[in-house]
Design a protein around this ligand. Sequence first.
Ligand code: ATP
Ligand code: MG
Length: 480
Amino acid sequence: MHSAVQVPISTLRGVMATDTAQKVQEVRQVTRIERIGAHSHIRGLGLDDALEARQTSQGMVGQGSARRAAGIILEMIKEGKIAGRAVLIAGQPGTGKTAIAMGMAQALGQDTPFTAIAGSEIFSLEMSKTEALTQAFRRSIGIRIKEETEIIEGEVVEIQVDRPASGTGVKVGKLTLKTTEMETIYDLGTKMIESLTKEKVQAGDIITIDKATGKVTKLGRSFTRARDYDAMGPQTKFVQCPEGELQKRKEVVHTVTLHEIDVINSRTQGFLALFSGDTGEIKTEVREQINAKVAEWREEGKADIVPGVLFVDEVHMLDIECFSFLNRALESDMAPILIMATNRGITKIRGTNYESPHGIPLDLLDRLLIISTSEYSEKEMKQILKIRCEEEDVEMSDDALMLLTRVGIETSLRYAIQLITTANLVCRKRKGQEVEVEDIKRVYSLFLDESRSTQFLIEYQQEFMFSEKGAGESESMEVA
Ligand SMILES: Nc1ncnc2c1ncn2[C@@H]1O[C@H](COP(=O)(O)OP(=O)(O)OP(=O)(O)O)[C@@H](O)[C@H]1O
Ligand SMILES: [Mg+2]
Protein backbone atom coordinates (compact mmCIF):
# COMPACT_ATOMS: atom_id res chain seq x y z
CA MET A 1 0.00 0.00 0.00
CA HIS A 2 2.67 2.40 1.08
CA SER A 3 4.74 2.09 -2.04
CA ALA A 4 1.67 2.23 -4.26
CA VAL A 5 0.75 5.64 -2.92
CA GLN A 6 4.30 6.89 -3.21
CA VAL A 7 4.44 6.46 -6.95
CA PRO A 8 2.66 9.66 -7.86
CA ILE A 9 4.85 11.64 -5.52
CA SER A 10 8.11 10.26 -6.82
CA THR A 11 6.99 11.08 -10.34
CA LEU A 12 5.95 14.53 -9.22
CA ARG A 13 9.39 15.98 -9.80
CA GLY A 14 9.53 14.52 -13.29
CA VAL A 15 6.00 15.57 -14.08
CA MET A 16 6.59 19.07 -12.89
CA ALA A 17 9.52 19.58 -15.22
CA THR A 18 9.47 22.09 -18.03
CA ASP A 19 7.58 19.81 -20.32
CA THR A 20 4.43 19.58 -18.29
CA ALA A 21 4.52 23.17 -17.22
CA GLN A 22 4.43 23.93 -20.93
CA LYS A 23 1.53 21.58 -21.50
CA VAL A 24 -0.37 23.29 -18.72
CA GLN A 25 0.40 26.61 -20.37
CA GLU A 26 -0.94 25.29 -23.68
CA VAL A 27 -4.14 24.10 -22.05
CA ARG A 28 -4.61 27.56 -20.61
CA GLN A 29 -4.15 29.12 -24.00
CA VAL A 30 -6.74 26.86 -25.57
CA THR A 31 -9.32 27.96 -23.04
CA ARG A 32 -8.45 31.60 -23.51
CA ILE A 33 -10.34 32.20 -26.73
CA GLU A 34 -11.89 35.63 -26.50
CA ARG A 35 -15.07 36.92 -27.99
CA ILE A 36 -17.12 39.99 -27.32
CA GLY A 37 -18.67 39.18 -23.99
CA ALA A 38 -20.50 41.29 -21.45
CA HIS A 39 -17.23 42.42 -19.87
CA SER A 40 -14.76 42.26 -22.73
CA HIS A 41 -14.35 46.05 -22.69
CA ILE A 42 -12.91 45.90 -19.17
CA ARG A 43 -9.11 45.93 -19.23
CA GLY A 44 -8.32 46.72 -15.62
CA LEU A 45 -9.53 48.83 -12.72
CA GLY A 46 -8.37 52.11 -14.27
CA LEU A 47 -6.51 53.39 -11.22
CA ASP A 48 -3.54 55.74 -11.14
CA ASP A 49 -0.35 55.15 -9.13
CA ALA A 50 -1.90 56.61 -5.99
CA LEU A 51 -4.78 54.12 -6.39
CA GLU A 52 -7.22 56.91 -7.25
CA ALA A 53 -9.84 55.92 -9.81
CA ARG A 54 -9.60 57.80 -13.09
CA GLN A 55 -13.11 58.81 -14.24
CA THR A 56 -12.79 56.75 -17.43
CA SER A 57 -9.90 54.39 -17.89
CA GLN A 58 -9.27 50.82 -19.03
CA GLY A 59 -12.93 50.49 -19.98
CA MET A 60 -14.10 51.39 -16.48
CA VAL A 61 -16.37 54.37 -15.82
CA GLY A 62 -17.31 56.00 -12.51
CA GLN A 63 -18.00 53.80 -9.46
CA GLY A 64 -14.96 55.56 -7.97
CA SER A 65 -15.00 54.46 -4.36
CA ALA A 66 -15.71 50.81 -5.15
CA ARG A 67 -12.85 50.76 -7.66
CA ARG A 68 -10.52 52.42 -5.19
CA ALA A 69 -11.43 49.85 -2.55
CA ALA A 70 -10.88 47.07 -5.07
CA GLY A 71 -7.48 48.61 -5.83
CA ILE A 72 -6.44 48.34 -2.20
CA ILE A 73 -7.47 44.69 -2.11
CA LEU A 74 -5.46 44.21 -5.30
CA GLU A 75 -2.33 45.61 -3.63
CA MET A 76 -2.89 43.19 -0.78
CA ILE A 77 -3.11 40.29 -3.23
CA LYS A 78 -0.04 41.40 -5.17
CA GLU A 79 2.06 41.50 -2.02
CA GLY A 80 1.10 37.88 -1.70
CA LYS A 81 1.60 37.73 2.03
CA ILE A 82 -1.95 37.68 3.25
CA ALA A 83 -4.06 34.60 2.80
CA GLY A 84 -7.61 33.83 3.66
CA ARG A 85 -9.15 37.28 3.42
CA ALA A 86 -12.64 37.65 2.06
CA VAL A 87 -14.35 40.56 0.31
CA LEU A 88 -17.98 41.07 -0.62
CA ILE A 89 -19.07 43.36 -3.43
CA ALA A 90 -22.70 44.27 -2.80
CA GLY A 91 -25.05 46.49 -4.77
CA GLN A 92 -28.05 46.68 -7.07
CA PRO A 93 -28.19 44.67 -10.29
CA GLY A 94 -26.20 46.13 -13.16
CA THR A 95 -24.01 48.41 -11.07
CA GLY A 96 -20.77 46.80 -12.19
CA LYS A 97 -20.01 44.25 -9.46
CA THR A 98 -18.98 41.52 -11.88
CA ALA A 99 -17.23 44.15 -14.00
CA ILE A 100 -15.08 45.23 -11.03
CA ALA A 101 -14.11 41.64 -10.30
CA MET A 102 -13.14 41.16 -13.96
CA GLY A 103 -11.12 44.37 -13.78
CA MET A 104 -9.22 42.95 -10.81
CA ALA A 105 -8.56 39.75 -12.73
CA GLN A 106 -7.12 41.73 -15.64
CA ALA A 107 -4.95 43.83 -13.36
CA LEU A 108 -3.48 40.76 -11.66
CA GLY A 109 -1.85 39.48 -14.82
CA GLN A 110 -1.05 35.97 -15.92
CA ASP A 111 0.97 34.73 -13.00
CA THR A 112 -1.57 35.14 -10.23
CA PRO A 113 -4.35 32.59 -10.50
CA PHE A 114 -7.87 33.95 -10.73
CA THR A 115 -10.81 31.58 -10.70
CA ALA A 116 -14.35 32.72 -11.32
CA ILE A 117 -17.37 30.59 -10.52
CA ALA A 118 -21.04 31.35 -10.08
CA GLY A 119 -22.69 30.24 -6.85
CA SER A 120 -25.18 28.08 -8.68
CA GLU A 121 -22.45 26.16 -10.57
CA ILE A 122 -21.55 24.21 -7.45
CA PHE A 123 -24.85 22.34 -7.62
CA SER A 124 -24.67 21.27 -11.23
CA LEU A 125 -21.34 19.44 -11.14
CA GLU A 126 -21.00 15.69 -10.89
CA MET A 127 -19.26 15.90 -7.55
CA SER A 128 -20.11 16.91 -4.03
CA LYS A 129 -20.48 20.58 -3.22
CA THR A 130 -17.49 20.61 -0.93
CA GLU A 131 -15.30 18.84 -3.50
CA ALA A 132 -16.31 21.45 -6.08
CA LEU A 133 -15.42 24.23 -3.66
CA THR A 134 -12.14 22.57 -2.70
CA GLN A 135 -11.18 22.35 -6.36
CA ALA A 136 -12.11 25.99 -6.86
CA PHE A 137 -9.95 26.93 -3.85
CA ARG A 138 -6.96 24.95 -5.10
CA ARG A 139 -7.33 26.35 -8.59
CA SER A 140 -6.82 29.75 -7.01
CA ILE A 141 -3.50 29.00 -5.32
CA GLY A 142 -0.40 29.23 -7.44
CA ILE A 143 2.86 27.44 -6.75
CA ARG A 144 5.83 29.22 -8.22
CA ILE A 145 8.47 26.61 -8.88
CA LYS A 146 12.08 27.51 -9.52
CA GLU A 147 14.14 25.13 -11.58
CA GLU A 148 17.67 25.21 -12.88
CA THR A 149 18.13 23.99 -16.40
CA GLU A 150 21.12 23.76 -18.68
CA ILE A 151 20.86 25.71 -21.87
CA ILE A 152 23.03 26.55 -24.83
CA GLU A 153 22.79 30.18 -25.84
CA GLY A 154 24.53 31.82 -28.74
CA GLU A 155 24.45 33.50 -32.12
CA VAL A 156 23.94 31.24 -35.13
CA VAL A 157 26.93 31.48 -37.42
CA GLU A 158 25.87 28.80 -39.84
CA ILE A 159 23.35 26.01 -40.21
CA GLN A 160 24.27 23.32 -42.64
CA VAL A 161 21.82 20.51 -43.44
CA ASP A 162 22.84 17.58 -45.61
CA ARG A 163 19.84 16.25 -47.43
CA PRO A 164 20.08 12.63 -48.51
CA ALA A 165 20.43 12.40 -52.29
CA SER A 166 17.24 10.33 -52.55
CA GLY A 167 15.21 13.12 -50.94
CA THR A 168 14.03 10.88 -48.10
CA GLY A 169 15.78 9.27 -45.14
CA VAL A 170 17.68 10.59 -42.15
CA LYS A 171 18.77 14.17 -42.27
CA VAL A 172 22.00 15.19 -40.59
CA GLY A 173 23.67 18.54 -40.27
CA LYS A 174 25.88 20.92 -38.39
CA LEU A 175 25.12 24.03 -36.36
CA THR A 176 27.79 26.60 -35.60
CA LEU A 177 27.09 28.82 -32.60
CA LYS A 178 29.21 31.58 -31.09
CA THR A 179 29.38 33.94 -28.16
CA THR A 180 31.66 36.96 -28.02
CA GLU A 181 34.37 34.64 -26.70
CA MET A 182 33.96 31.24 -28.30
CA GLU A 183 32.60 29.33 -31.24
CA THR A 184 31.54 25.66 -31.37
CA ILE A 185 30.18 23.31 -34.00
CA TYR A 186 27.37 20.95 -32.94
CA ASP A 187 26.17 17.88 -34.79
CA LEU A 188 22.47 17.92 -35.57
CA GLY A 189 20.04 14.99 -35.68
CA THR A 190 16.71 14.91 -37.49
CA LYS A 191 14.76 16.17 -34.48
CA MET A 192 16.95 19.18 -33.90
CA ILE A 193 16.83 20.02 -37.60
CA GLU A 194 13.05 19.93 -37.43
CA SER A 195 12.90 22.24 -34.40
CA LEU A 196 15.31 24.68 -36.02
CA THR A 197 13.30 24.69 -39.24
CA LYS A 198 10.07 25.14 -37.33
CA GLU A 199 11.45 28.23 -35.57
CA LYS A 200 12.80 29.45 -38.94
CA VAL A 201 16.26 29.85 -37.43
CA GLN A 202 18.89 31.31 -39.73
CA ALA A 203 22.39 32.71 -39.53
CA GLY A 204 22.46 35.86 -37.42
CA ASP A 205 19.72 34.75 -34.99
CA ILE A 206 20.37 34.55 -31.26
CA ILE A 207 18.85 31.31 -29.96
CA THR A 208 18.70 29.19 -26.83
CA ILE A 209 18.43 25.43 -26.79
CA ASP A 210 17.14 23.69 -23.69
CA LYS A 211 19.51 20.77 -23.18
CA ALA A 212 16.97 18.56 -21.43
CA THR A 213 14.10 18.92 -23.88
CA GLY A 214 15.83 20.16 -27.03
CA LYS A 215 13.42 23.05 -27.24
CA VAL A 216 14.68 25.88 -29.45
CA THR A 217 13.74 29.47 -28.64
CA LYS A 218 14.58 32.43 -30.85
CA LEU A 219 15.54 35.49 -28.81
CA GLY A 220 16.00 37.86 -31.76
CA ARG A 221 18.50 39.05 -34.38
CA SER A 222 22.07 39.90 -33.55
CA PHE A 223 22.92 43.63 -33.49
CA THR A 224 25.72 42.92 -35.92
CA ARG A 225 23.01 42.20 -38.45
CA ALA A 226 21.23 45.51 -37.84
CA ARG A 227 21.85 46.50 -41.45
CA ASP A 228 19.34 43.77 -42.45
CA TYR A 229 16.71 45.94 -40.81
CA ASP A 230 15.03 46.96 -44.06
CA ALA A 231 14.70 43.40 -45.19
CA MET A 232 13.35 42.14 -41.87
CA GLY A 233 10.62 44.68 -41.15
CA PRO A 234 9.91 46.63 -38.00
CA GLN A 235 8.82 43.68 -35.78
CA THR A 236 12.35 42.32 -35.60
CA LYS A 237 13.91 42.45 -32.18
CA PHE A 238 17.64 43.00 -32.01
CA VAL A 239 19.72 41.56 -29.16
CA GLN A 240 23.39 41.53 -28.19
CA CYS A 241 25.51 38.53 -28.99
CA PRO A 242 25.82 36.63 -25.66
CA GLU A 243 29.05 36.79 -23.69
CA GLY A 244 31.03 34.01 -22.00
CA GLU A 245 30.42 30.31 -22.32
CA LEU A 246 27.92 28.79 -24.73
CA GLN A 247 26.57 26.46 -22.06
CA LYS A 248 24.81 28.13 -19.18
CA ARG A 249 22.68 27.32 -16.19
CA LYS A 250 19.50 29.25 -16.16
CA GLU A 251 16.81 29.56 -13.53
CA VAL A 252 13.34 29.14 -14.96
CA VAL A 253 10.22 29.87 -13.00
CA HIS A 254 6.84 28.29 -13.67
CA THR A 255 3.62 29.02 -11.91
CA VAL A 256 1.13 26.18 -11.76
CA THR A 257 -1.89 25.90 -9.53
CA LEU A 258 -2.30 23.44 -6.69
CA HIS A 259 -5.27 21.98 -8.53
CA GLU A 260 -3.14 21.32 -11.60
CA ILE A 261 -0.61 19.44 -9.48
CA ASP A 262 -3.49 17.48 -7.90
CA VAL A 263 -4.84 16.45 -11.29
CA ILE A 264 -1.47 15.54 -12.75
CA ASN A 265 -0.78 13.28 -9.80
CA SER A 266 -4.19 11.78 -9.51
CA ARG A 267 -3.69 8.20 -10.71
CA THR A 268 -7.16 7.83 -12.16
CA GLN A 269 -7.08 11.04 -14.15
CA GLY A 270 -3.64 11.97 -15.36
CA PHE A 271 -2.85 15.32 -16.84
CA LEU A 272 -5.01 14.78 -19.93
CA ALA A 273 -7.98 15.53 -17.69
CA LEU A 274 -6.78 19.13 -17.71
CA PHE A 275 -7.73 19.31 -21.38
CA SER A 276 -11.27 18.06 -20.89
CA GLY A 277 -11.77 19.77 -17.54
CA ASP A 278 -13.39 16.53 -16.45
CA THR A 279 -11.30 15.91 -13.39
CA GLY A 280 -13.81 14.12 -11.18
CA GLU A 281 -13.24 13.92 -7.44
CA ILE A 282 -9.69 13.86 -6.21
CA LYS A 283 -8.66 11.64 -3.32
CA THR A 284 -7.86 13.26 -0.02
CA GLU A 285 -4.61 11.26 0.25
CA VAL A 286 -3.36 12.73 -3.01
CA ARG A 287 -4.03 16.24 -1.75
CA GLU A 288 -2.37 15.55 1.59
CA GLN A 289 0.76 14.28 -0.08
CA ILE A 290 0.88 17.21 -2.45
CA ASN A 291 0.54 19.59 0.49
CA ALA A 292 3.41 17.84 2.24
CA LYS A 293 5.56 17.94 -0.89
CA VAL A 294 4.84 21.61 -1.47
CA ALA A 295 5.72 22.38 2.15
CA GLU A 296 9.03 20.54 1.61
CA TRP A 297 9.77 22.52 -1.55
CA ARG A 298 9.05 25.73 0.31
CA GLU A 299 11.49 24.82 3.02
CA GLU A 300 14.16 23.96 0.47
CA GLY A 301 13.53 27.29 -1.25
CA LYS A 302 12.44 25.61 -4.47
CA ALA A 303 8.90 26.92 -4.46
CA ASP A 304 6.79 29.82 -3.27
CA ILE A 305 3.09 30.03 -2.74
CA VAL A 306 1.21 32.65 -4.73
CA PRO A 307 -2.21 33.16 -3.18
CA GLY A 308 -4.59 34.02 -5.99
CA VAL A 309 -8.22 34.98 -6.11
CA LEU A 310 -11.38 32.93 -5.99
CA PHE A 311 -14.34 34.95 -7.24
CA VAL A 312 -17.78 33.60 -6.40
CA ASP A 313 -20.43 35.55 -8.26
CA GLU A 314 -24.09 35.40 -7.17
CA VAL A 315 -22.92 34.16 -3.80
CA HIS A 316 -26.45 34.12 -2.34
CA MET A 317 -26.97 30.92 -4.38
CA LEU A 318 -24.65 29.01 -2.03
CA ASP A 319 -26.30 27.12 0.79
CA ILE A 320 -25.52 26.87 4.47
CA GLU A 321 -23.17 23.90 4.01
CA CYS A 322 -21.11 25.76 1.45
CA PHE A 323 -20.92 28.80 3.70
CA SER A 324 -19.66 26.82 6.65
CA PHE A 325 -17.11 25.14 4.38
CA LEU A 326 -15.90 28.60 3.29
CA ASN A 327 -15.61 29.73 6.89
CA ARG A 328 -13.30 26.86 7.69
CA ALA A 329 -11.37 26.86 4.43
CA LEU A 330 -10.47 30.51 4.85
CA GLU A 331 -8.56 29.64 7.98
CA SER A 332 -6.09 27.35 6.25
CA ASP A 333 -2.69 28.91 5.56
CA MET A 334 -2.98 27.97 1.90
CA ALA A 335 -6.19 29.90 1.28
CA PRO A 336 -6.65 32.37 -1.57
CA ILE A 337 -8.34 35.75 -1.33
CA LEU A 338 -12.07 35.15 -1.65
CA ILE A 339 -14.12 37.76 -3.49
CA MET A 340 -17.89 37.42 -3.56
CA ALA A 341 -20.62 39.42 -5.24
CA THR A 342 -24.35 39.64 -4.64
CA ASN A 343 -27.30 41.85 -5.49
CA ARG A 344 -29.58 40.52 -2.75
CA GLY A 345 -30.79 42.43 0.28
CA ILE A 346 -32.03 40.72 3.42
CA THR A 347 -33.07 37.30 2.28
CA LYS A 348 -33.21 33.64 3.31
CA ILE A 349 -29.96 31.76 3.66
CA ARG A 350 -30.35 28.88 1.26
CA GLY A 351 -30.95 25.60 3.06
CA THR A 352 -32.33 27.28 6.19
CA ASN A 353 -35.36 29.25 7.26
CA TYR A 354 -33.28 32.11 8.60
CA GLU A 355 -32.94 35.47 6.98
CA SER A 356 -29.70 37.34 6.86
CA PRO A 357 -28.22 40.33 4.99
CA HIS A 358 -27.32 39.25 1.43
CA GLY A 359 -28.38 35.71 2.32
CA ILE A 360 -24.97 35.17 3.95
CA PRO A 361 -24.72 33.77 7.51
CA LEU A 362 -23.67 36.35 10.09
CA ASP A 363 -20.52 34.49 11.15
CA LEU A 364 -19.17 34.66 7.60
CA LEU A 365 -20.44 38.19 7.08
CA ASP A 366 -18.47 39.20 10.12
CA ARG A 367 -15.20 38.26 8.42
CA LEU A 368 -15.84 40.17 5.23
CA LEU A 369 -14.66 43.50 3.95
CA ILE A 370 -17.70 44.88 2.16
CA ILE A 371 -17.46 47.06 -0.94
CA SER A 372 -20.69 48.62 -2.14
CA THR A 373 -21.57 49.82 -5.61
CA SER A 374 -24.00 52.62 -6.37
CA GLU A 375 -26.21 53.62 -9.29
CA TYR A 376 -24.81 55.43 -12.30
CA SER A 377 -25.45 59.04 -13.22
CA GLU A 378 -26.68 59.86 -16.71
CA LYS A 379 -23.22 61.01 -17.74
CA GLU A 380 -21.60 57.78 -16.57
CA MET A 381 -24.25 55.66 -18.22
CA LYS A 382 -23.65 57.49 -21.51
CA GLN A 383 -19.92 56.91 -21.23
CA ILE A 384 -20.40 53.17 -20.56
CA LEU A 385 -22.75 52.86 -23.54
CA LYS A 386 -20.24 54.69 -25.71
CA ILE A 387 -17.48 52.28 -24.68
CA ARG A 388 -19.75 49.33 -25.45
CA CYS A 389 -20.47 50.76 -28.92
CA GLU A 390 -16.73 50.93 -29.57
CA GLU A 391 -16.26 47.40 -28.25
CA GLU A 392 -18.95 46.06 -30.55
CA ASP A 393 -17.70 48.13 -33.50
CA VAL A 394 -20.97 50.01 -33.79
CA GLU A 395 -21.13 53.57 -35.14
CA MET A 396 -23.83 55.57 -33.41
CA SER A 397 -24.93 59.16 -33.94
CA ASP A 398 -24.87 61.52 -30.94
CA ASP A 399 -28.65 61.83 -30.91
CA ALA A 400 -29.09 58.08 -30.90
CA LEU A 401 -26.60 57.73 -28.03
CA MET A 402 -28.53 60.39 -26.09
CA LEU A 403 -31.76 58.52 -26.63
CA LEU A 404 -30.19 55.20 -25.68
CA THR A 405 -28.86 56.79 -22.49
CA ARG A 406 -32.37 57.99 -21.62
CA VAL A 407 -33.64 54.47 -22.25
CA GLY A 408 -30.93 53.17 -19.93
CA ILE A 409 -31.91 55.60 -17.16
CA GLU A 410 -35.60 54.74 -17.49
CA THR A 411 -35.06 50.97 -17.70
CA SER A 412 -31.64 49.53 -16.92
CA LEU A 413 -28.07 49.71 -18.12
CA ARG A 414 -28.19 46.07 -19.16
CA TYR A 415 -31.27 46.59 -21.33
CA ALA A 416 -29.66 49.58 -23.02
CA ILE A 417 -26.47 47.56 -23.69
CA GLN A 418 -28.57 44.83 -25.31
CA LEU A 419 -30.13 47.36 -27.68
CA ILE A 420 -26.75 48.29 -29.18
CA THR A 421 -26.28 45.09 -31.19
CA THR A 422 -29.90 44.82 -32.17
CA ALA A 423 -30.12 48.47 -33.26
CA ASN A 424 -27.00 47.94 -35.32
CA LEU A 425 -28.60 44.98 -37.08
CA VAL A 426 -31.67 47.07 -37.90
CA CYS A 427 -29.39 49.82 -39.17
CA ARG A 428 -27.49 47.41 -41.42
CA LYS A 429 -30.77 46.02 -42.78
CA ARG A 430 -31.69 49.49 -44.06
CA LYS A 431 -28.10 49.81 -45.37
CA GLY A 432 -27.31 52.66 -42.99
CA GLN A 433 -23.78 53.60 -41.88
CA GLU A 434 -24.59 54.85 -38.42
CA VAL A 435 -27.21 53.84 -35.86
CA GLU A 436 -29.79 56.66 -35.80
CA VAL A 437 -32.61 57.60 -33.44
CA GLU A 438 -35.02 55.67 -35.70
CA ASP A 439 -33.13 52.40 -35.17
CA ILE A 440 -33.17 52.80 -31.39
CA LYS A 441 -36.90 53.54 -31.47
CA ARG A 442 -37.51 50.49 -33.59
CA VAL A 443 -35.69 48.02 -31.33
CA TYR A 444 -37.17 49.68 -28.26
CA SER A 445 -40.60 48.81 -29.61
CA LEU A 446 -39.53 45.32 -30.68
CA PHE A 447 -37.94 44.22 -27.42
CA LEU A 448 -39.57 44.74 -24.07
CA ASP A 449 -37.64 45.76 -20.99
CA GLU A 450 -38.46 44.27 -17.64
CA SER A 451 -41.10 46.79 -16.56
CA ARG A 452 -42.99 46.76 -19.86
CA SER A 453 -42.83 42.99 -19.88
CA THR A 454 -44.30 42.90 -16.38
CA GLN A 455 -47.00 45.31 -17.45
CA PHE A 456 -47.78 43.08 -20.40
CA LEU A 457 -48.05 40.03 -18.15
CA ILE A 458 -50.38 41.83 -15.80
CA GLU A 459 -52.66 42.82 -18.67
CA TYR A 460 -52.74 39.43 -20.34
CA GLN A 461 -52.22 37.07 -17.44
CA GLN A 462 -55.29 34.98 -18.19
CA GLU A 463 -53.71 33.83 -21.43
CA PHE A 464 -50.52 32.50 -19.84
CA MET A 465 -50.02 29.15 -18.12
CA PHE A 466 -49.44 28.83 -14.39
CA SER A 467 -50.38 32.41 -13.70
CA GLU A 468 -50.72 32.70 -9.94
CA LYS A 469 -52.08 36.16 -9.58
CA GLY A 470 -55.82 36.71 -9.39
CA ALA A 471 -57.24 39.61 -11.44
CA GLY A 472 -57.60 41.80 -8.33
CA GLU A 473 -53.99 41.58 -7.13
CA SER A 474 -52.29 42.77 -10.25
CA GLU A 475 -51.04 46.06 -8.76
CA SER A 476 -49.10 44.26 -6.06
CA MET A 477 -47.20 42.06 -8.49
CA GLU A 478 -43.51 42.08 -7.80
CA VAL A 479 -40.68 40.77 -9.83
CA ALA A 480 -38.20 38.89 -7.71
N1 ATP B 1 -18.23 51.10 -14.16
C1 ATP B 1 -18.39 50.43 -15.32
N2 ATP B 1 -17.59 50.70 -16.36
C2 ATP B 1 -17.76 50.04 -17.51
N3 ATP B 1 -18.68 49.10 -17.73
C3 ATP B 1 -19.52 48.78 -16.74
C4 ATP B 1 -19.38 49.42 -15.48
N4 ATP B 1 -20.35 48.93 -14.67
C5 ATP B 1 -21.02 48.03 -15.39
N5 ATP B 1 -20.53 47.91 -16.63
C6 ATP B 1 -21.04 47.01 -17.67
O1 ATP B 1 -22.43 46.97 -17.53
C7 ATP B 1 -22.93 45.65 -17.60
C8 ATP B 1 -23.62 45.24 -16.31
O2 ATP B 1 -22.69 45.25 -15.22
P1 ATP B 1 -22.38 43.96 -14.32
O3 ATP B 1 -22.70 42.73 -15.03
O4 ATP B 1 -20.99 44.11 -13.78
O5 ATP B 1 -23.42 44.20 -13.15
P2 ATP B 1 -23.58 43.43 -11.77
O6 ATP B 1 -23.44 44.47 -10.71
O7 ATP B 1 -22.67 42.27 -11.72
O8 ATP B 1 -25.10 42.99 -11.84
P3 ATP B 1 -25.81 41.69 -11.23
O9 ATP B 1 -26.08 42.00 -9.79
O10 ATP B 1 -27.09 41.59 -11.98
O11 ATP B 1 -24.91 40.53 -11.41
C9 ATP B 1 -21.74 44.78 -17.93
O12 ATP B 1 -21.66 44.61 -19.32
C10 ATP B 1 -20.57 45.60 -17.42
O13 ATP B 1 -19.39 45.26 -18.09
MG1 MG C 1 -22.97 40.19 -11.81
